[in-house]
Design a protein around this ligand. Structure first.
Ligand SMILES: C[S@@+](CC[C@H](N)C(=O)[O-])C[C@H]1O[C@@H](n2cnc3c(N)ncnc32)[C@H](O)[C@@H]1O
Length: 193
């Protein structure tokens, strides 16, 4: 964990982090439940966590990098909104426990983690997942292939989790180029009440 954490700490230290929520989430605000607990998975410097906290959710952000967690805490303090941060290596540590009303995973790909996330949705809870696909390499060298979904893979992932848990409902499975020139795959799932 130490080397992965230190390399992400370096990246967070070197790069300016976006403070606005991704269009993927902002454009789907109408899909948010009325309130409850929210989980921002590998949430980085907290742009989505703060956005959700401003909308009244009780947010937990989990990330491996303490530099990111410190930035997220500073952003929440400035907002000001409450925020719980958890340092964890999601490749081996468990997800924060709970029945969440909202789960966001944006720009973090671990297929095992993605598959496990729907189990943490409470009744009526919504999962928002978004990741670039391999076609993104046609225009951008990063993220590298390790972080990219295959073309069409999002549909397969959705089918696997819905087949395993019939209480899950697919709200959206799409992929394509965004206005910002990114090729991304998007998945929105809801747990029936
Ligand atoms: C590209 S950033 C995305 C951050 C945020 N989700 C966003 O969209 O702004 C990827 C994040 O994943 C975190 N991360 C990478 N590997 C991780 C791991 N094994 N466990 C937990 N977090 C990890 C990094 O620290 C970083 O904050």
């Amino acid at each position: 964990m130490a080397s992965v954490r230190s390399s992400w700490n370096e990246r967070h230290t070197e790069r300016r982090t976006a403070t606005r929520p991704a269009a993927f989430l902002a454009d789907r605000e109408y899909l948010l439940p009325a309130g409850g607990r929210a989980l921002d998975v590998a949430g980085g410097a907290g742009r989505h966590a703060v956005w959700l906290a401003r909308r009244g959710f009780e947010v937990t952000l989990v990330d491996i990098a303490d530099v990111a967690l410190a930035r997220a805490e500073a952003a929440a303090a400035e907002a000001p909104v409450p925020l719980t941060t958890v340092q964890a290596d999601l490749s081996c540590d468990p997800l924060p426990a709970g029945d969440f009303a909202v789960i966001v995973v944006h720009d973090y790909l671990d297929r095992d983690v993605w598959s496990a996330l729907p189990a943490s949705l409470g009744p009526g809870g919504v999962l928002f997942a978004c990741q670039p696909t391999v076609r993104n390499l046609e225009r951008h060298p990063r993220p590298s292939a390790r972080w990219l979904l295959d073309e069409g893979e999002i549909g397969t992932l959705a089918q696997v989790v819905v087949d395993a848990d019939p209480a899950l409902q697919v709200v959206e499975v799409t992929e394509g180029w965004t206005e910002e020139g990114r090729h991304e795959a998007r998945l929105v799932l809801r747990r029936r009440r």
